[in-house]
Design a protein around this ligand. Structure first.
Ligand SMILES: Cc1ncc(C[n+]2csc(CCOP(=O)(O)OP(=O)(O)O)c2C)c(N)n1
Ligand code: SF4
Ligand SMILES: [Mg+2]
Length: 492
């Protein structure tokens, strides 16, 4: 028990840092009116944790966190015809509909505020209760307006698209000076909220952060017994928002630093975090090395199929032939399979989670932390700014005729990837083969624990070679007052 241990059990808030969480610095001015779950509206500054707000799916969702910080910088002010103005930070995703004149359809997409142009149609669900929403994910222009797409802008100033959506035409997008507080909300399950002018979205990284904080709370890990390391990317910001020791390292190098951190202080729980580009691209060599070593840490990869921080280039997990909206052409390289890579490298715990199911993700992270050895949790993560292929709606299968999830839980199909006898080579090969086979399933995609085996860790091996390290961590040893004469003598 640490000397700083609190008298009462740790709550989720104890794992939140004081820093504003600014993934896609998605903030709006305090007076922005938010549509509540009951259809009324309220300034965002008056919305509280636990309140119910409208999500862009047209349903009510609980607010899990309210955030505000000082913003001494410019904002984007969208003037929405018939609805007024909304002022927001440049990267805040806004839900808009753009017309495809060839297909004569409205394309619904999330666009950073800075990229919204005059004539775009800002979307918002048409107030609760909305019963028809599920039926109209992509209404055609002709079905809605009875006119051709090219006439649409002339027709609509503010139109009810269906019984579910209202449109507002953006008349202008102006950059305005600002020096004051801005606010944002974290919203359960949907990660979006609706203003009187349109719907705004938050990133899947929030879901992963929530999953990590829930796991830490369930395990009652004291913040001063926690070290969180990250690489570079949007995901690399995670340690900033977790109350514990944190180290934002270099692109692709998180596992090297986390391994070092783990070996010098075996008293700490170590989390390594990073993006799919970070871990499976530039960091791929270290990924393999860490698997061979089996030091005790949990590595959580934010797998969004893009290089989010550098504006959405294809990451190593994007398959050949795929093209996100941020890519000029289809990917011409094939994507890698992280689970198969982890099996081949020797990871002793291999799992996959989904960012927008934080409770289930938390249960996997708990098991990954409890596992003694290198644990990989590959987390499928939505990036509403750049990845328009693998969206929340896609994972939910909203486009499928049968409207079923594209994910399933391995344990629900009776799968058990845990090796019962780690000395049984045949069982190990069979379990590894089963994990690899499942990892190639694409519809539905399995989430859960693919493979687990209890084997000696790197720390065990180091402790055998240097018995002093088995007794207490290196940080507690007196490394400065040592007699190095025998060493120097040996080198003469
Ligand atoms: C050595 C090095 N190379 C390239 C970069 C530029 N860079 C920063 S983040 C990034 C990719 C981030 O993608 P990913 O790891 O998937 O994280 P995400 O932003 O998607 O969470 C790149 C290429 C860098 N910072 N350092
Ligand atoms: S992962 Fe995508 S949505 Fe999230 S902060 Fe990065 S660019 Fe924005
Ligand atoms: Mg990425």
């Amino acid at each position: 028990m640490s000397i700083n241990a609190p008298a009462k059990p740790l709550a989720i808030k104890d794992y939140k840092s004081d820093l504003h969480n600014d993934w896609c610095p998605g903030c709006v001015t305090p007076d922005t009116r938010i549509v509540m779950g009951d259809g009324t509206s309220r300034p965002i500054a008056d919305v509280k944790t636990g309140d119910s707000v409208l999500g862009h799916d047209g349903k009510a969702h609980r607010v899990t966190e309210v955030m505000s910080h000082w913003h001494p910088d410019t904002l984007h002010q969208l003037i929405v015809a018939g609805r007024g103005a909304i002022s927001l930070t440049a990267d805040h995703p806004v839900y808009i509909a753009r017309i495809d004149p060839v297909a004569e359809t409205l394309r619904f997409e999330w666009i950073p505020a800075a990229q919204v142009v005059s004539g775009d149609q800002v979307m918002k669900p048409y107030g609760p209760p909305i019963v028809e929403f599920e039926k109209y994910p992509q209404p055609s222009v002709t079905a809605i307006f009875g006119t051709r797409g090219r006439n649409l802008r002339a027709v609509a100033t503010e139109q009810v698209v269906t019984s579910a959506f209202a449109l507002g035409i953006v008349a202008a997008n102006e950059v305005i000076p600002y020096n004051g507080f801005v606010h944002n909300l974290e919203v359960e399950d949907i990660h979006s909220y609706v203003t009187e002018q349109g719907a705004l979205h938050n990133c899947g990284d929030f879901g992963i952060l929530t999953g990590i904080q829930m796991a830490l709370q369930q395990m009652q890990i004291e913040p001063d017994k926690l070290a969180v390391y990250s690489g570079i990317g949007c995901s690399g910001k995670t340690p900033h928002y977790i109350n514990g020791y944190g180290f934002h390292t270099l692109h692709g190098r998180v596992l090297t630093v986390a391994t070092g951190g783990r070996l010098v202080n075996t008293d700490l729980t170590v989390l390594a975090l990073g993006g799919d580009g970070d871990g499976y691209g530039i960091g791929a060599g270290y990924f393999v090395g860490a698997g061979r070593r089996n030091a005790d840490f949990a590595y959580i990869v934010h797998n969004n199929n893009v290089y989010g921080l550098t504006k959405g280039q294809a990451s190593p997990t994007l398959s050949k032939g795929k093209k996100t909206k941020s890519m000029p052409e289809q990917a011409i390289q094939d994507g890698i399979n992280p689970v198969a890579m982890a099996v081949a490298s020797g990871y002793t715990f291999i799992a996959r989670g989904y960012a927008l199911e934080p409770k289930y993700l938390a249960s996997i992270i708990v098991k990954a932390i409890q596992h003694k050895g290198s644990a990989l949790v590959d987390v499928l993560q939505t990036c509403p700014t750049y990845n328009d292929l693998y969206t929340k709606e896609w994972y939910e299968g909203a486009d499928l005729p049968e409207k079923r999830s594209r994910l399933y839980k391995l344990e629900d199909k009776g799968y058990d990837g845990k090796v019962q006898d780690p000395t049984d080579a045949q069982e190990i090969v069979a379990k590894k083969a089963a994990a690899v086979a499942r990892s190639y399933e694409t519809d539905p995609i399995p989430i859960g624990i693919y493979y687990q085996i209890e084997l000696p860790t790197y720390e065990d091996a180091v402790g055998q070679r240097i018995p002093a390290l088995a007794e207490k961590p290196l940080v507690e040893q007196d490394v400065f007052h040592r007699d190095v004469t025998p060493l120097l003598e040996a080198m003469r």
